[in-house]
Design a protein around this ligand. Structure first.
Ligand SMILES: Nc1ncnc2c1ncn2[C@@H]1O[C@H](COP(=O)(O)OP(=O)(O)OP(=O)(O)O)[C@@H](O)[C@H]1O
Length: 264
């Protein structure tokens, strides 16, 4: 395995006045390696620390102690610029409503400053076309559907051509039909590139994990431990109702009940 991200011996707790010791421990001596080019899904119950982990990976949140937070062999703490190789897609699209979809993507390009300006127009066109929004770039967020807004937010992240995409429950607020379409669009985009980007995708939806992941990491309630790591070696495109995906889903439900103490 070629690790793209390596978290070594992370300790993290937050102040919590409701506890006798005044702290809630989220991670204790926690280590994780994420493979280069993988679609890694972090799956776990609410509050176990999934979003926290994304924030540690992109340097927004500093653990109390860590032996390493290593991206491509270099520790993020000594080279904070490494976070510019990453882009974030949030649960809601978070588009600027006074800018068109294309201007929102341009805003992302300007913000990160990793792409030369002369490439911006082509990148914006390329990725809006890739997600089926080639003709909608000039529209404002309020003029398009929720799914289209979330597609635009994926474009805003993708135009920077980041090596690592951090996605925090990006489809959880969408209706099931739109979410299914979004998963198809995302995996088409991801598999269409010769050198696949590394995606770290947070969800608590087991079916979604089974359909999307090449690597599933299941976490227990905090203090969080990895209770299952499962490679998923199925071809693309995957259907949510295919026998293979359903088999993975069943296995995950079983593991969740057995190892994280969470039943369905
Ligand atoms: N800045 C903070 N200060 C105090 N506590 C925090 C902070 N950030 C997160 N927490 C706590 O840490 C725990 C993990 O939060 P996190 O958002 O990472 O969970 P999660 O697994 O992503 O949950 P969900 O699936 O509900 O989004 C929660 O108990 C949360 O309340």
């Amino acid at each position: 395995m070629i690790p793209k991200v390596s978290l070594d011996n992370i300790d993290l707790s937050f102040p919590d006045a409701s506890r006798p010791d005044g702290r809630k421990v989220i991670y204790e001596d926690f280590s994780l390696q994420i493979e280069k080019g993988s679609f890694t899904v972090l799956l776990g119950p609410s509050g176990c620390g999934k979003s926290t982990l994304l924030n540690i990976i992109n340097g927004l949140l500093k653990p109390n102690t860590a032996r390493g937070i290593v991206i491509d062999g270099t520790d993020l703490r000594s080279e904070p610029d490494l976070s510019r190789q990453m882009a974030y897609v949030f649960q809601g699209p978070r588009l600027l409503r006074w800018k068109t979809l294309a201007e929102n993507a341009e805003f992302g390009l300007r913000g990160l400053g990793v792409q030369p300006r002369e490439k911006w127009r082509d990148l914006i066109d390329k990725y809006f076309r890739a997600v089926g929004l080639g003709d909608a770039q000039h529209l404002y967020p309020h003029q398009v559907s929720g799914g289209m807004r979330q597609r635009a937010s994926i474009v805003r992240a993708w135009v920077n051509e980041p090596q690592i995409l951090l996605m925090d429950e990006p489809f959880s607020h969408l209706d099931e039909i739109t979410a299914a379409e979004m998963r198809r669009i995302l995996t088409n985009l991801w598999t269409s590139e010769e050198e696949r980007r590394t995606i770290v995708f947070v969800t608590h939806d087991i079916s979604e994990a089974a359909q999307l992941a090449t690597d599933i990491i299941m976490l227990t309630p905090a203090p969080s431990k990895i209770c299952l790591r499962r490679k998923v070696d199925l071809p693309w495109p995957r259907r949510m109702d295919s026998d293979e995906v359903i088999a993975v889903e069943k296995e995950l439900r079983h593991a969740f009940a057995e190892r994280a103490g969470i039943g369905f």
